[in-house]
Design a protein around this ligand. Structure first.
Ligand SMILES: Nc1ncnc2c1ncn2[C@@H]1O[C@H](COP(=O)(O)OP(=O)(O)OP(=O)(O)O)[C@@H](O)[C@H]1O
Ligand SMILES: [Mg+2]
Length: 354
């Protein structure tokens, strides 16, 4: 039925009581103006294209806010650069790269930095025993039930239920669909069966969504999709030994602790301490690494922690420094005798500095 005007529908120049068609028209005009402001483009607007563009811009700003790793403290040094070039080379060939190294040597930082350098948004997931295939690919988050009741005919009650399932993508599916870079930290801690879905992603470039049917079951992997996986060499046999088939599809790059000079640069970047203090820290940690078993060796993270403790203690008297070092390396100590042994090693390392 056409709306028939019976009085001027304006109050202080503003339209009131608009028909549905008029409201739609106004919204459309507002949408067009907003789009013109965003793009600064004065050409005649094509509504569909523009609204689509607007979504694209929103997506870009979301990507920029949430999916770009913050690596402001990242230090470039010759050994760091060399490693980065090796990783980029293999990613360029389309192979997923697996970084293996001891605790705290810089695997995750390197993965994040390289991923950021690729210029694509980054998604990541941390492996552990409870991670399932659903955590990787996504799943139905909720089932919405809608009931329709037809009560028009007396004594006849007709009803129909519609079940709507909402599918939510998780990091692997997002990365495969949109060509993002996936960082899968400590992937060897995840049960091999949960990681099976990666096999066809890496080999056939197809992601299979086992809980979907028909055409929706398969996603063709975007050509820009890249993956960097990390695992810890100490626990390499890991909680779960990753299956050979998966390892076979990865290019594995072994990382060790960075060189003395690079570690100094890293500690300085994170703490702003004077060079003398930084040198003392890295020397003590390096000497402890030589004497402690693999599983207890302090990494670059330990150097940074000692540095932060030292900076906070506002002085670099020996007493403080020794205690700070002991506190940081005591984290993997299992008995008082073990602690005494570590205290002795720290004292010796500090004495040799003099
Ligand atoms: N190139 C670098 N520039 C600046 N900081 C770095 C660099 N590499 C490592 N770091 C710092 O060293 C610390 C340990 O690095 P990271 O967490 O990447 O190690 P990891 O090998 O992933 O450790 P874990 O085995 O515990 O997962 C972090 O504080 C990180 O910021
Ligand atoms: Mg890590």
């Amino acid at each position: 039925m056409k709306f028939k005007e019976t009085h001027p529908r304006k109050v202080r120049g503003e339209s009131v009581h608009m028909t549905k068609e008029e409201k739609m028209e106004e919204l459309t005009i507002k949408g067009t103006q907003l789009q013109v402001t965003i793009s600064g483009d004065e050409q005649e607007p094509d509504m569909n294209g523009r609204l689509h563009d607007m979504k694209g811009k929103e997506l870009e700003s979301v990507e920029a806010t949430y999916l770009v790793p913050d690596d402001n403290h990242f230090v470039d040094a010759p050994d760091v650069n060399k490693l980065e070039r090796r990783i980029k080379l293999w990613l360029k060939t389309g192979h997923p790269v697996h970084l293996i190294g001891p605790t705290g040597c810089g695997k995750t930082s390197m993965a994040m930095h390289t991923a950021k350098e690729l210029g694509r948004p980054v998604v990541w997931i941390n492996g552990d025993e409870s991670v399932t295939t659903t955590d990787l690919i996504g799943g139905y988050s909720q089932i919405e039930q809608e009931s329709l009741r037809d009560k028009y005919i007396h004594n006849v009650f007709k009803s129909s239920d519609i079940l709507k399932a909402d599918w939510i993508d998780n990091p692997l599916a997002i990365a495969c669909k949109y060509g993002y870079t996936l960082i899968y930290n400590e992937f060897s801690r995840t049960k091999p069966s949960a990681n099976n879905v990666l096999l066809s992603v890496f080999e056939e470039k197809i992601l299979e969504l086992p809980t979907k049917f028909g055409e929706e079951r398969y996603i063709e992997v975007h050509p820009e999709f890249k993956a960097i996986l990390t695992s810890n060499s100490i626990e390499y046999a890991g909680v779960h030994k990753p299956q050979d088939a998966l390892l076979d599809r990865l290019v594995s790059i072994y990382m060790d602790y960075y060189s003395f000079n690079t570690e100094m640069k890293i500690v300085q970047k994170h703490t702003d301490l004077p060079l003398n203090d930084v040198k003392k820290i890295v020397s003590v940690v390096s000497s402890l690494r030589e004497k402690l078993p693999d599983a207890q060796k302090p990494g670059t993270r330990a150097c940074i922690m000692i540095g932060k403790g030292l900076a906070a203690s506002n002085g670099s008297g020996n007493a403080d420094f020794e205690q700070i070092c002991i506190d940081v390396i005591a984290n993997k100590t299992c008995s008082p005798t073990d602690l005494l042994e570590k205290q002795k090693l720290v004292k010796e390392a500090i004495i040799t500095l003099k």
